[in-house]
Structure formats: structure tokens, C-alpha cells
Ligand binder design. Structure first.
Ligand code: GLN
Length: 496
């Protein structure tokens, strides 16, 4: 029997040419999940009956010569903070246990219109707050390349589901790096689109001025197909851009010649893991060898971006999370004798430690006397970072940098040290502060066989250029899929 396709492109062409039937493909995905996900824990909720029924229905349409769309039959994972009607959505939090949304997110409706088959809701850090998936209130997901390591976060389940071979595409969300960092840790391509390109309708809010839903896949072309399915104006998101266009094939095939890439070399002087440093050096050489011009650029210290991000994201989160009060959604403390006790007990029990820390920090930076010192200053930094990126984009097509300072770390390693967890976002938050698109892609493996990723960030509407550059870069250098069948798991320190 031929090996099952590992990319969306190969999968849909096999379906089209009748080399593969959708129900069989979905069955084999589900079988793999039931065998392996006990160890990887990529999913919080799997929907076997729904997926099988949809597979039958799509196959019938293909059998009569219809072609429902560019994602016909493709199994996908949806991060658990993106709503699907009647399917539990917890956003990785106990406070939403039992919540069943009454509508579907625009991004998911668009995937359905393109023929995709959502197979389950992916594990994540609670409300998107984390970089390791260990802040999931239920259980941490693990990295299929090494089950003792984290898959990254907060879209760790989406990344683990892809790298584990359960699905061929996934949706994550990125507020400060949450599709790009797990993609880097799991050898995948992920795109954080321009703010406003993909509708946030039906995305459980974390930091509304930073949140974007982003596609994750194994290749740049697959990522482009997913992006094209979900992007575009949506009147139900008030920040949705009116003029987002899908990526064109010519952009993906454009090549690298006449492209100028800027590298903020000063950022890379200290604090980089040696494996990341050497893979990134090779990445720059490869870009040069395929025709790119590489120049040095000056950008504000990335620590400024991380600091501003953790003020703004937490401030917005403290307001967004005020709605979980035991009255409207999910968990309710039924013992409480008055309304204050209901709020206190529901929120006390329902939120995990990281979310509580963020709500406290966010409330503090917005409070009288501190607002000017923190929140307003962070807004000023945000404007400066945006200005600096604009200045740099006057002379380069994109900025190239590592996605993360280190490859995946071991479970438990950073759990008691919030600051070192926050520093995972050193290179990713600037794209959220500026709103500009950024794509992470695999550039090699560390000495321990863990993936290393780099990131390209471009000006507004440059998604096609970025994925084109990634496509050209990764052509001919496929990463091996992890062999999860026999991987041992050590009992490490973790919250479950
Ligand atoms: N790791 C970052 C945080 O914890 C980013 C999260 C995200 O993008 N959702 O805030």
C-alpha cells in the first residue's frame, strides 16, 4: 500500500485522482489518534462520528464529479479557543467546562466551505496564555519529536496534532507568537496574518488588538491554501480589513532573486542557544545562495517589545476575561450564597494560576496611578516599534530572524519561572504589536534532533511574499516526520 500523503497538496490530488477515498483517510487519522494521542495529548475533544459522517458526505459529492473546494476531505485540528457550533469549547480553561457555543467562527465556516473536515479541538494553554501548553487546565500536550519536551504554546495541541501525523492542517491563534513558536518547536510552517486579514469572529478573545487566527501546516504551500480559505473581509469583526486578497500561485512560485532580507544582527549577539545560532547562520547562507541579498538592519531592542506586549496583552485580557463570572458561561459555583461570592468562587476555582497572574498584572497596569506609568508607556513603545519596522521596510522586503531563542525545552523546565517562559516570545511579539504578518518555518534540527525555526516578517499584505520565500527556502529540504510509535516518555515534572 502506498504511504499516506503527508501534505494537503498530495492528499487532495490523491482524492481527486481516486487513489484515496475520504472515509478511509479519515478513519486512518482517527485510528492514529486513538492509538497515539494518549501520549501526545494534542486534543481536548475529538469528533469521530461527525468526521466520519462528513467524510461520507464529501466522498458522495466527489463520486458524482463535484469538487467541494481546495480542502476537500482534509482532516484539520481547530484550536479550542475557536468556536464550532454545539462542540465544547474550553480555551483550555476549567471556567468554560460544559460551554457549548451557539455559533461557528467565521474561519471555521470558511474551512468547511472549502471542504475541510474538523476532526477535533486542539489542546492549548489556558486562554492562550503560555508558551509550552503546560498551562492547559486539563493536561499538557507533548512534542512528537521528543515526548519529554513541550510542543510550544499556546497553540501547542495544533502543532502536536500536525507533527504527530493526526491532521494535515490546523488553525491556531497568535497574540504574541502562539502559532509561530509551536511551529518552530514542531518543525512546521505557520503564518500570523496581518491583523485584520482573518476574522476574529468566534475566536475567544485574549488581547483583542493583537489576536489573529493563523494557519499551521507542514509546507508553505499548504499554509497558503489554508490561509486563502480563511482570509478576507468579515463584517462581523469590526477590525476586519476590507481589502485582504488571497495569495496567488505566482507569489508562491516567485523565487528569491531580487529580494532583500534584513537581519537585526544586534538582537542575535547574546542569549541565543548555540544550535539556534548555527542553524540560523546556515539559513542566512542558504537564502544568499538561492539569490537573496542579506543586509543588516537596526530595530529596537526586542526586550522592549516583550515588555510592552506583556503590559498590553494582560491589560486587554483583564478586561476580556471579566465576562467569565459564573452567570453566563460554563462553570458556576453553586454553593455561593450571594453574587459576590458567586463571582469570587467561580473565578477562584475556574481560572488557573497563570491566568490569575495575568488578570492581576493587567488590572494593575490599568489602575489609577499606574496607567500612565505602564499602559500608556507601553502604547508609546508600540508606536515606536511600528515606526521602526516601517522605516526598515522602506529598504528591505522582509526581516529575517530566529523564531525562538532556543529549541523546545523539557516539560517542567520553565514552569516555576514566568519570566523565562515570557522570554520565549522575545522575537515574536513585535509582529503582533505592529500588526504585520510573519511566518515561521523549519530551518534544521538541533544536536538532540529537535526542530529549529526561523521567521520572516514583512509589511502589510505581504503574506504571499513571505510564504513564497519560505516555499523556495524549504524546497528540497523536507524535515523527517517524527517517529512517535516507539518514543519513550519519562515521567517529568508537570501540572497533571
Ligand atoms: N506566549 C505568549 C503569551 O503567553 C503568546 C501567547 C499567544 O500568542 N496566545 O502571552
Amino acid at each position: 500500500m502506498a504511504a499516506p500523503p503527508t501534505t494537503i497538496e498530495d492528499f487532495t490530488s490523491a482524492i481527486r485522482s481516486r487513489g484515496l477515498e475520504i472515509p478511509q483517510a479519515i478513519d486512518s487519522s482517527l485510528r492514529r489518534i486513538s492509538k497515539q494521542d494518549k501520549r501526545i495529548r494534542a486534543f481536548l475533544h475529538v469528533m469521530p462520528e461527525y468526521a466520519q459522517a462528513r467524510a461520507e458526505e464529501l466522498q458522495k459529492r466527489v463520486d458524482v464529479g463535484e469538487w467541494p473546494g481546495p480542502l476537500t476531505g482534509v482532516p484539520v485540528a481547530i484550536k479550542d479557543n475557536i468556536l464550532c457550533r454545539d462542540v465544547p469549547a474550553t480555551a483550555g480553561s476549567r471556567i468554560l467546562e460544559g460551554f457549548r457555543p451557539i455559533y461557528t467562527a467565521t474561519a471555521v465556516s470558511r474551512l468547511l466551505d472549502a471542504g475541510a473536515i474538523p476532526i477535533g479541538k486542539a489542546n492549548m494553554d489556558e486562554f492562550g496564555m503560555g508558551s509550552s501548553n503546560e498551562f492547559s487546565a486539563f493536561y499538557p500536550a507533548r512534542n512528537p519529536y521528543d515526548l519529554n519536551c513541550v510542543p510550544g504554546g499556546s497553540s501547542g495541541g495544533s502543532a502536536a496534532a500536525l507533527a504527530g501525523g493526526f491532521v494535515l492542517g490546523a488553525l491556531g491563534s497568535d497574540t504574541g507568537g502562539s502559532v509561530r513558536q509551536p511551529a518552530a518547536f514542531c518543525g512546521l510552517v505557520a503564518l500570523k496574518p496581518q491583523y485584520g486579514s482573518v476574522s476574529r469572529y468566534g475566536l475567544i478573545a485574549f488581547g483583542s488588538s493583537l489576536d489573529q487566527i493563523g494557519p499551521m501546516a507542514r509546507t508553505a504551500r499548504d499554509c497558503a491554501v489554508l490561509y486563502n480559505a480563511v482570509c478576507g473581509h468579515d463584517p462581523r469583526d469590526s477590525n476586519s480589513l476590507p481589502n485582504t486578497a488571497p495569495i496567488r500561485v505566482e507569489q508562491i512560485d516567485a523565487g528569491v532573486r531580487n529580494t532583500r532580507l534584513g537581519i537585526p544582527s544586534v538582537w542575535l549577539r547574546d542569549g541565543l542557544d548555540p544550535d539556534v545560532r548555527s542553524s540560523f547562520k546556515e539559513c542566512c547562507e542558504r537564502f544568499r545562495s538561492i539569490g537573496a541579498e542579506i543586509v543588516d538592519v537596526e530595530l529596537p531592542n526586542p526586550q522592549l517589545s516583550v515588555s510592552a506586549y506583556y503590559i498590553l496583552a494582560n491589560a486587554e485580557a483583564s478586561s476580556n476575561l471579566a465576562r467569565y463570572d459564573g452567570v453566563r458561561y460554563g462553570l458556576r459555583d453553586s454553593e455561593s450564597i450571594d453574587i459576590r461570592a458567586l463571582y469570587r468562587n467561580t473565578r477562584g476555582r475556574g481560572f488557573g494560576p497563570e491566568v490569575k497572574r495575568r488578570i492581576l498584572l493587567g488590572t494593575h497596569v490599568l489602575s489609577a496611578g499606574y496607567y500612565e506609568a505602564y499602559y500608556q508607556k507601553a502604547l508609546m513603545v508600540r508606536r515606536q516599534v511600528r515606526q521602526a519596522f516601517d522605516d526598515v521596510f522602506a529598504s528591505v522586503d522582509a526581516i529575517l530572524m530566529p523564531t525562538t531563542p532556543t529549541p523546545a525545552f523539557r516539560l517542567g523546565e520553565k514552569l516555576d519561572d514566568p519570566l523565562s517562559m515570557y522570554l520565549c516570545d522575545l522575537f515574536t511579539t513585535a509582529a503582533n504589536l505592529t500588526g504585520y504578518p510573519a511566518a515561521s518555518f523549519p530551518i534544521g534540527l538541533s544536536g538532540n534532533g529537535l526542530p529549529v525555526g526561523a521567521q520572516l516578517c514583512g509589511p502589510a499584505y505581504s503574506e504571499g511574499t513571505l510564504l513564497g520565500l519560505v516555499h523556495r527556502f524549504t524546497q528540497g529540504v523536507p524535515l523527517p516526520l517524527p517517529d512517535i510509535a516507539n518514543a519513550p516518555v519519562e515521567e517529568g515534572k508537570s501540572r497533571d
